[in-house]
Design a protein around this ligand. Structure first.
Ligand code: ATP
Ligand code: MG
Length: 509
């Protein structure tokens, strides 16, 4: 077995924040080595040091046995390293093909680019990762999961023997995840090594050979995946025992708060959606990627305003033509693409958290900064947002901690209708159960919650009712107690035995 990569005792601090305090691991040919750890443990920092994107303060990186003294993206690439970063880093104004082609090796600066060949190769790579969409689309117009598939295709195109994937499946559906795993197995079989970062611990048994746990910037253990169970892994990660039970509380439902009647938005391919959500109820919205879940959310929230049907709030028809209308009506929406729409990177954490609650925080137009700090500190503590200070810019937080900031903002508005798109994507196990507890608490106080999730255990664990979408509409709603993973999946794929149910009949049940 050849050692492809060795990282020894890597340290790194960012203006006072010690991100890595001595992290070591190695990667051999033909293995998938998982890196796990809580949000802010230092995983992405370690990746960036290996790819030459940031400089380490200390420690040693060896690539293919050779120590690297002055790493740089170009050097790492020339030694066979390719990476998929946690935040998709595509050029939004270039097409999918162009983005992928940028990852190909340049033959020489003088040679003409053979676009025909590159297009063919890009199409090949896209089909390898199971992406069935237009490769001439602008990358910026694609949904998060699609952007992620493009990133994966681009990394494969670099023909690397050390492939680093920082949460590649965070926004992928089960089917796409399986397709990616096939690709990874293929790479492993031809002797490449894959560094695999994920918060979905159940994936590790399916795909990883070894796992290294990072805690507070240190590597605390490396084990064979078959030698360790999830529970022990979690306690290594968080340094204590932790239950991952879904804390959904049973609450009395109140009146119907949100009702959608035949709602449609032709621009977003949403058609005749009927759904109602009661006070206290959590409705899980599931379906395959492309089924129209996010589009339904943006339609209700006024980002892509409806052009047919009705939205009723507490029985009264309302007109929502913009997010401003939606917020004024007591709606809150956590978007899926937090990088672009969820946080304002240059602003302090505290401002990000309180941004949507400003009217409650100000008296005659003057911001009550003490109250702002209070709210910011409360959510920072509850969700365990790892930050040096509540006024640190959000850009300096780790990916998962940025997600927590985006979520806090909407939780802090105490909305009457809360729409969450993949609320726990990319957050660690501890924060995940805290987010579930907060959702449950809001529902308990009478909010109507619509939760979009591709995570089936989460859907089954947290929803009172589950609405399954396919082709832009809701094809079935199922009570949680009657639902199984298999049934939901077959409804989502369209091979379900169950006929679409009328919404009214279902609520009475
Ligand atoms: N540019 C930066 N400036 C200041 N601090 C930073 C910067 N980037 C990362 N950090 C800090 O370094 C620590 C490690 O961050 P890193 O992104 O490596 O975590 P991670 O393990 O990838 O977490 P996640 O699971 O949330 O992605 C965090 O405390 C983070 O706030
Ligand atoms: Mg990270």
């Amino acid at each position: 077995m050849t050692k492809l990569l060795t990282a020894t005792d890597i340290t790194k601090s960012y203006s006072g924040v010690q991100a890595l305090r001595g992290a070591s691991f190695d990667l051999v040919s033909g293995e998938v080595h998982a890196l796990v750890g809580e949000n802010g443990a230092g995983k992405s920092t370690l990746v960036k040091i290996i790819t030459g994107a940031v400089d380490a303060d200390g420690g040693e990186i060896k690539l293919n046995g050779e120590p690297i003294t002055h790493n740089s993206p170009r050097l790492a690439r020339s030694r066979g390293v390719a990476a998929i970063y946690q935040q998709p880093a595509l050029f939004p104004d270039l097409t999918v093909t162009e983005n992928i082609a940028l990852g190909f090796d340049r033959t020489s600066p003088w040679s003409r680019i053979d676009w025909k060949r590159r297009r063919r190769r890009a199409a090949e790579l896209l089909s390898r990762v199971g992406a069935g969409f237009d490769s001439e689309a602008l990358a910026g117009s694609l949904s998060m999961p699609r952007q992620q598939l493009v990133e994966i295709a681009r990394a494969l195109g670099a023909d690397a023997n050390i492939l680093i994937m920082d949460e590649p499946t965070a926004s992928l559906s089960q089917e796409e995840t399986q397709a990616l795993f096939e690709v990874i197995r293929g790479l492993r079989a031809r002797g490449a090594g894959v560094v695999y970062i994920s918060h979905r611990l159940e994936e590790l048994t399916a795909i990883a050979d070894r796992v290294t746990v990072l805690r507070d910037g240190r590597s605390v253990a490396t084990r064979g995946v078959s030698e360790i169970n999830e529970r022990d892994l979690i306690s290594l990660m968080v340094g204590r025992e932790l239950s991952t039970v879904f804390p959904k509380k049973e609450v009395e439902f109140g009146e119907v708060v949100l009702e959608l009647r035949d709602l449609g938005c032709s621009g977003a391919a949403v058609r005749s959606v009927n759904l109602s959500v009661r006070a206290g109820e959590i409705v899980g919205l599931t379906g395959l990627v492309g089924a129209g879940r996010t589009e339904l959310a943006t339609t209700v929230f006024g980002l892509t305003p409806p052009d047919s049907g009705e939205i009723l709030l507490r029985g009264k028809p309302v007109r929502i033509t913009s997010p401003i209308d939606a917020i004024a009506q007591g709606l809150a929406y956590l978007p899926e693409d937090r990088r672009r729409h969820g946080v304002i990177l240059d602003m302090p954490l505290s401002a990000n958290i309180t941004l949507a609650s400003l009217d409650r925080l100000s008296r005659s137009g003057v911001l009550d900064s003490r109250k702002e700090r209070e709210i910011a500190s409360e959510y920072t503590a509850r969700l365990g947002i790892k930050t040096p200070a509540i006024f640190a810019p959000v850009s300096t937080l780790s990916g998962g901690n940025q997600q927590k900031a985006a979520l806090s903002r909407w939780l802090a508005t105490k909305p009457s209708v809360l729409i969450l798109d993949e609320p726990t994507q990319g957050v660690d196990v501890g924060a995940k159960s805290e987010i579930h507890a907060l959702m449950s608490e809001l529902a308990g106080r009478g909010a109507a919650v619509l939760m979009i999730s591709s995570d089936l255990p989460e859907i089954l664990g947290m929803s009172d009712r589950i609405a399954v979408m396919r082709g832009g509409t809701i094809v079935a709603t199922v009570q949680r107690r009657d639902a199984s993973q298999e049934e939901i999946l077959s409804l989502a794929i369209g091979r379900g035995a169950r006929e679409p149910q009328s919404e009214l009949g279902d609520i009475g049940a």
